[in-house]
Design a binder for this molecule. Structure first.
Ligand code: A3P
Length: 328
């Protein structure tokens, strides 16, 4: 088979960085890598398949949902799927979201010691389909990825509809910290301050976050790109429902849209057995549907130093872009 074209170098992180991250990410043998124009951090397994993913064939009727992890991907997936599927609540209830969407790069994140994909939620599987069998799936395909646009097929945006959700990186950092424990990437004892050190150095899965969002933000006016903010969904879910309906060419009554907004309400989604996974203990934050709030990061950046660092982090990145997160 002809070698697939992949325009980027796949580089190992430095030995020092690798030593540091392996104190946290357990079970990985090969060095962690950085790929692409912004040094996307990942497990070596992604490097094995980066070219294959970059060369996936995109279909015009595909629906792609893109996001940095913990930015509201699941929330947007549920919204998009229901709007596209004529509000088929039974279908949604009877088929896990992990089956309705192919999470393309998921198996590339497997640990090399424990084998198999990283542990996941209630179904025990974070996805049923992925890049390896995507070509076999019937249309329309629903595809989820946490990869940045630059590492996805270059034909993507000119071919298929893309939905991107962005969230304030400080709220993402907090949620990502608990997600690392939920999916057992990290031990439960790891403190937020330790996690934040890795976050600042982009030594976490999918980092760096700002270029991830900016790549999509720069394409926000492309007719196939629908860019939404988590904070916007919090404040004006009905507005986002209207926006996505229009893009999908669907018309629903106000009553139908109200019902969908109710279905997508945090407390309602939280009750659903499909999304209810994580620690049973009601006070534990190691849960998939954890808090569902915007601006709650202030509770975790709870020392003067952390507060200052969060401010500096945001300033440094926002200085270089027109991207602004809506007020929480
Ligand atoms: P928190 O950990 O802050 O609660 P993703 O799906 O990208 O992994 O994002 C998960 C985050 O989205 C979690 O954030 C989760 O609670 C939140 N979320 C999921 N469904 C939501 C909803 N219906 N309303 C508000 N937040 C939601």
């Amino acid at each position: 088979m002809a070698e697939k074209h992949f325009p980027y170098e796949i580089k190992n992180v430095t030995e020092e960085e690798d030593k540091l991250v392996k104190q946290y990410y357990k079970g990985y043998i090969r060095p962690f890598i950085r790929v692409g124009p912004h040094g996307h951090f990942s497990m070596a397994g992604y490097g094995d398949h980066a070219a294959e993913i970059y060369n996936l064939e995109v279909r015009p009727d595909d629906i792609w949902v893109l996001a940095f992890s913990r930015s509201g991907t699941t929330w947007l997936q549920e919204l998009v799927w229901l709007l596209k599927n004529n509000l088929d609540y039974d279908g949604a209830a009877n088929t896990l979201l992990t089956k309705r969407f192919a999470f393309i790069e998921y198996p590339t994140m497997s640990s090399e010691i424990n084998q198999g994909p990283p542990p996941s939620g209630k179904s025990g599987q974070a996805t049923v389909d992925d890049f390896s069998n995507l070509h076999t799936l019937p249309s329309p395909r629903f595809i989820k990825t946490h990869l940045p646009l630059s590492l996805l097929p270059p034909t993507l945006l000119d071919t298929a509809k893309v939905f991107y959700i962005a969230r304030d990186p400080r709220d993402v950092a907090v949620s990502f910290h608990f997600m690392h424990k939920l999916f057992r990437y990290f031990d439960e004892g790891v403190q937020f301050t330790e996690f934040w050190e890795l976050f600042k150095k982009d030594l976490l899965l999918h980092m760096p976050i700002f270029p991830h969002i900016e790549e999509a933000w720069e394409k926000r006016d492309h007719p196939n790109m629908t860019f939404v903010f988590y904070e916007e969904m919090q404040k004006d879910l009905r507005g986002v429902i209207d926006k996505v309906s229009l893009v999908l060419g669907k018309e629903y009554t106000d009553e139908q849209k109200d019902k969908l907004a109710e279905h997508l309400n945090f407390n309602n989604m939280k009750k659903s057995s499909a999304f209810k996974f994580g620690k049973d203990d009601k006070d534990s934050e190691i849960k998939f549907m954890r808090k569902g709030l915007s601006g709650n990061w202030v509770k975790y950046f709870n020392t003067d130093q952390l507060k200052r660092e969060a401010e500096e982090y945001m300033e440094k990145h926002l200085n270089k872009t027109s991207l602004r997160f809506p007020e929480a």
